[in-house]
Design a protein around this ligand. Structure first.
Ligand code: ZN
Length: 272
């Protein structure tokens, strides 16, 4: 039946399922004709990711060496099938209703205005001390150095699929936009209204962009170092490896952007 339809009709039909990444990935692999329709159509893959609530986090080092939008869609579709953590698998659904009902639903690029911007629940979950429901209404939780640090540390070896791995081993949570609507810059201000951090990504700031910018603010003083080293030593003990072997093994696991750096791992190696 598809053979009877023209390319322009097929291109029109695929816009009806914009935010359904897995269906587009499957369709793009179905037959030669679909492969050709999807091949090198970066702006369509971007629209598919964007419509589902996903962006493309910046890479460390050279941010221009990013994944293509097609690669992002494939990584997300594949991780969605295997990840055991629901808040990662379904992270993009948090704003689904807003995407459906907002007049901004058709935007293809992030906006710069910050008025009316709402943070994703993962931003609070990953970076702030957990509050009881009563407290949550009393004040806006502020990021906490140790909570942020824990999202950068490795997993326990017996966990399947990096269940407690660093955030960057979970592409779906990482690529989810940190805000609705997606914005290209998020400014963080202290209690006196002074800006202490700007997070920027011209493709829209994601949870991972915010997470990494916050991690840069972790003070290199005793408390975070001790938490990280105690965590590493627990893992070393479970693994049966030497400190140096463990550090080598861990630093090989660099997440889906192949760029993760483990905090205070050098301090651990120095003790070996
Ligand atoms: Zn995951």
């Amino acid at each position: 039946m598809f053979n009877l339809l023209s390319d322009s009709i097929l291109l029109h039909i695929r816009t009806f399922i914009l935010g359904d990444i897995s269906t587009h990935v499957s369709l793009s692999q179905t037959c030669r004709r679909f492969r050709k329709l999807y091949e090198n159509d970066e702006s369509f893959w971007q629209l598919v990711c964007f419509s589902a609530g996903f962006g493309r986090p910046r890479r460390r080092g050279n941010p221009d060496e990013h994944l293509t939008w097609r690669q992002v869609a494939h990584v997300l579709s594949s991780h969605h099938r295997t990840c055991e953590i629901r808040s990662c698998r379904d992270a993009h659904l948090y704003f689904a209703k807003r995407y459906r009902t907002s007049s901004r639903r058709s935007i293809k690029t992030p906006v710069s205005a910050q008025q009316g911007v709402v943070f994703h629940s993962l931003y609070f979950y990953l970076h702030c001390n957990q509050l009881s429901p009563g407290e949550a209404f009393a004040y806006i939780p502020v990021p906490d150095a140790i909570s942020i640090l824990l999202t950068h540390l490795p997993t326990f070896p017996e966990c399947r699929n990096s269940q407690y791995g660093p955030l960057c081993s979970h592409p779906n949570a990482s690529c989810t936009f940190a805000t609705f609507p997606a914005v290209d810059t998020i400014s963080f201000q202290d209690a006196d209204g002074r800006t202490f951090l700007n997070v920027s990504n011209s493709d829209g700031c994601t949870i991972l962009d915010v997470n990494r910018a916050l991690a840069e603010l972790i003070p290199r003083d005793q408390a975070p170092v001790e938490v990280a080293l105690a965590h590493y030593r627990d893992l070393v003990q479970t693994s049966g490896l030497s400190l140096a072997q463990f550090a080598d093994m861990v630093s090989e696991q660099k997440g889906f952007l192949d760029d993760h750096e483990y905090p205070f791992l050098n301090e651990l190696v120095a003790q070996a």
